[in-house]
Design a protein around this ligand. Structure first.
Ligand code: DAH
Length: 340
C-alpha cells in the first residue's frame, strides 16, 4: 500500500476509536512489532541509498504524525471517561446505588412525637432515675407497705431496699419537691416489672407520666388535653371515654379508653368487639401525694390541685404501627426495625 494511503487510513482508524482498547489495537496495527508502518520502515534497508534516504524521511515523518494523533486521541478518550474496560464495567444509565442510612427506633419516634405534642401544649419534659427508693416508688405515692395495691407492681428489688422503678410516677414526687406550682410536666422513661413475658408484657417498657398542677386544674382540663393529644398523635378523630379506676395516688381515678383506631369503634378483634381500647390511667392527684411532696392542697382555700396520668409508650407504638407483640421492640431484629 502506498505510504500516503496508509497514513490516511491510520488517521481514520484513530478518529473512529471509541475507547482505549480499540486505540491500543490501532497502535499495534500500525506501529506494533509487525505493524504496517513498522514493516515499511524495516523494508527501507533494502532500497538503494538515495531512495532510502528520501523514503526514510517521509516514512519517519508519517510515523511521528501517527504517534501524535494516537496520543491526542488517547487524551480525548481519557477525558470523556470512555476508557476501555472501565467503560464496560460502568452502566451510566443504571439507577444510583441506595445508601443505607440509620433510622430511629419506633419507640424513639413515638416518644419524640409525644413529647412534641405535649410541649406544644406547654408541658416540659422531665426525667428521673431508673433506680429508685421504696419511698419514691411506693410510699410517697400513697402505696403503703403491706397494702394489697403493691401487688399491682411486680417489683425487681435491688440491694439496700433499692428497686428498679415500676412506673414513672415517682418522678412526680421528685419534681414537686423541687418546684413550685403551677407547672405541667411529662416524664418519659423506662420502667421495669418482674413479670413473665408474653405478646403484651415485657420486663422493661416505656411509660410517660403526665402531671399538671394549678389553682383550678380540673378533670375537664385533663379530658381536653388528652383528647388533643390523641387527635394529634393518630391524626384522626378519636373518641375518649373515662371509666372509674383505682390508683392509690389519685382520687378520683380513671381508666381512659379511646375509640378503636383499627375499626373506628365499629368492633374488631383488636378491641375485642367493644369498639374501645384501654390506653391509660389517670386521676386527680391525691392530697396525700401532694402533701408528701411538700405541696399544700385544700380545695376550700383554693390551694393547689391537678391531674396526673400514666401512659405506656410501647402500647401507643403498637397501636400506631399495628404491632402485635411488644417483645419485637427489644429483639434487635433488623427485619423488624428496618420497617420504620
Ligand atoms: N403508674 C401507673 C402504672 O404504673 C399509671 C398511672 C395511672 C399513672 C394513673 C398516673 C395515674 O399518674 O394517675 O400503671
Amino acid at each position: 500500500m502506498d505510504i500516503k494511503e496508509l497514513r490516511i487510513k491510520a488517521q481514520e482508524d484513530i478518529k473512529s476509536a471509541q475507547n482505549l482498547d480499540e486505540l491500543n489495537k490501532i497502535f499495534k496495527k500500525y506501529l506494533g512489532k509487525r505493524g504496517e508502518l513498522t514493516l515499511i520502515l524495516r523494508s527501507l534497508k533494502n532500497l538503494p541509498d538515495k531512495q532510502r534516504k528520501e523514503q526514510g524521511r517521509i516514512t519517519n515523518k508519517i510515523k511521528q504524525e501517527i504517534e501524535t494523533e494516537l496520543q491526542n486521541q488517547k487524551q480525548r478518550l481519557q477525558v470523556s471517561g470512555s476508557t476501555g474496560k472501565f467503560q464496560e464495567s460502568i452502566d451510566i444509565s443504571a439507577p444510583g446505588r441506595k445508601i443505607t442510612i440509620g433510622h430511629l427506633h419506633p419507640l424513639t419516634l413515638v416518644r419524640r412525637q409525644t413529647e412534641e405534642i405535649f410541649q406544644n401544649m406547654g408541658f416540659s419534659v422531665v426525667e428521673g432515675p431508673e433506680i429508685e427508693t421504696e419511698w419514691y416508688n411506693f410510699d410517697a405515692l400513697n402505696i403503703p407497705k403491706d397494702h394489697p395495691a403493691r401487688d399491682a407492681w411486680d417489683t425487681l428489688w435491688l440491694k439496700n431496699k433499692l428497686l428498679l422503678r415500676t412506673h414513672t410516677s415517682p418522678v412526680q414526687i421528685r419534681y414537686m419537691q423541687k418546684h413550685h406550682p403551677p407547672f405541667r410536666i411529662i416524664v418519659p422513661g423506662r420502667v421495669f416489672r418482674h413479670e413473665a413475658t408474653d405478646a403484651s408484657h415485657d420486663v422493661q417498657f416505656y411509660h410517660l407520666e403526665g402531671l399538671m398542677i394549678g389553682k383550678d386544674v380540673s378533670v375537664a382540663n385533663f379530658r381536653a388535653i388528652i383528647g388533643e393529644f390523641f387527635q394529634k398523635f393518630f391524626n384522626k378523630d378519636i373518641k375518649i371515654r373515662l371509666r372509674p379506676g383505682f390508683f392509690p395516688f389519685v382520687e378520683p381515678g380513671f381508666e381512659i379508653d379511646i375509640s378503636c383506631i383499627v375499626c373506628q369503634g365499629k368492633g374488631c378483634s383488636v378491641c375485642k368487639r367493644t369498639g374501645w381500647v384501654e390506653t391509660l390511667g389517670a386521676g386527680m392527684v391525691h392530697p396525700s401525694v401532694l402533701k408528701n411532696s411538700g405541696i399544700i392542697s385544700n380545695s376550700m382555700t383554693g390551694r393547689w390541685q391537678g391531674f396526673a396520668f400514666g401512659i405506656g409508650l410501647d402500647r401507643l407504638a403498637m397501636m400506631k404501627y399495628k404491632i402485635d407483640d411488644i417483645r419485637l421492640f427489644y429483639s434487635s431484629d433488623l427485619r423488624f426495625l428496618k420497617q420504620f
